[in-house]
Structures are given as C-alpha cells and as structure tokens.
Design a protein around this ligand. Structure first.
Ligand code: ZN
Length: 108
C-alpha cells in the first residue's frame, strides 16, 4: 500500500487541524531558525584571546588578554610580552604569537 494513501486519509480526517498545526510548526521553525541564525552571527563575531597561564615560563603570570581583532590583541600582547616577560618585539615573535591566538573569551 503506498504511503501517500494512508497519509491523505489522515489529512482528510483532520484537515483543518493538520493545516493549522503545520502552519504553527512552520512559524515556530521560522522563529527558531531566525534566532539560530542571529545567534550564529553573534558568535561568529568572536573575540580573540591569549592566556599567559597556558605558557608557564620564567615569569609566573596569570594575565589573559583579549580583543575584538587580532591586530588589537597583537599590540596588547607585544606591550605585555615585552614589559612583563622580557620578550623582544621582533617579527618572529609577532608571527609566532599570532599563531597562538585563540578564538573566544579566556576561561575563568
Ligand atoms: Zn603574561
């Protein structure tokens, strides 16, 4: 027996209810989708951070730096790295530190 026959029987018997239900489901799905898409857009605008606790070295440091852009974060890291950790502001250091940037916000 084709599946459509069974389905149409149910649809006939509950036509108005079924249509209303489908409209409701569609509306809910739409609002969920909208919310999901907006939420997704929000989360893709993430921040970048670097957490000194991930790099235990000579200097015990628990500073976490974060910024909206990698450029801002790089400037902050260079300032912090050169003054607190005694790093030299070289192009190698800049290149290396950028690869260590993580997306999101530093863990508490
Ligand atoms: Zn530090």
């Amino acid at each position: 027996m084709p599946l459509t026959e069974t389905t149409s029987c149910i649809v006939c018997a509950y036509e108005s209810t079924y249509t209303d239900l489908m409209n409701m489901v569609r509306k809910i799905a739409d609002s969920f989708l909208t919310r999901y898409l907006f939420k997704k857009e929000e989360t893709t605008m993430s921040r970048f951070y670097i957490d000194c606790r991930d790099y235990p070295g000579d200097v015990k440091c628990s500073v976490a730096l974060s910024a909206d852009t990698k450029e801002e974060l790089l400037e902050a890291v260079i300032q912090h790295g050169t003054t607190v950790h005694g790093y030299e502001n070289t192009s190698e250091f800049r290149k290396k530190i950028v690869t260590e940037f993580k997306e999101g916000t530093p863990p508490a």
